[in-house]
Design a protein around this ligand. Structure first.
Ligand SMILES: C=C(O[C@@H]1C=C(C(=O)O)C=C[C@H]1O)C(=O)O
Length: 125
């Protein structure tokens, strides 16, 4: 395979069709991932509010350890790199904990998060 193409304009039509078919599936999968993540965050926001109401800590490391062990096993069965699965879950959980900290701050201090809160930078920031 050559690497000099800048697009797919000069590629064999059969190859272009196969690429388009695969990219359609990738787009569908990406949409499913976004929708599933949105549903997950709806649930975790509810957990965050419940925790804030009952003065529970934002993070639960024991629960996280169980989730990581479970996800790594699922990834291995699915032939997905378990290290990647763990990194991905940790990335999401870090964002969830950040949300929970905001919800807890808002519960204690009103809707404005406390200015002197000490948190580490979260993914995507
Ligand atoms: C959602 C929770 O809060 C945090 C976020 C988690 C997650 O995103 O799965 C798991 C454990 C907690 O650190 C929870 O305690 O269930």
């Amino acid at each position: 395979m050559t690497t000099s193409h800048t697009g797919t304009g000069d590629v064999d039509p059969a190859v272009r069709e196969e690429l388009a078919r695969l990219r359609d599936s990738i787009d569908n999968i990406d949409a499913a991932v976004v929708h599933m993540l949105a549903e997950r965050f709806k649930c975790t926001q509810q957990v965050g509010r419940l925790k804030a109401e009952h003065r529970l800590p934002p993070a639960d490391p024991a629960r996280e350890a169980r989730q990581i062990a479970r996800l790594r096993a699922l990834a291995e069965n699915a032939k997905l790199d378990p290290a990647f699965a763990e990194k991905f879950l940790n990335f999401i959980i870090a964002e969830v904990i950040r949300h929970h900290e905001h919800i807890a701050d808002a519960a204690v201090n009103g809707s404005t998060p406390s200015a002197n809160r000490t948190t580490t930078a979260s993914p995507g920031e």
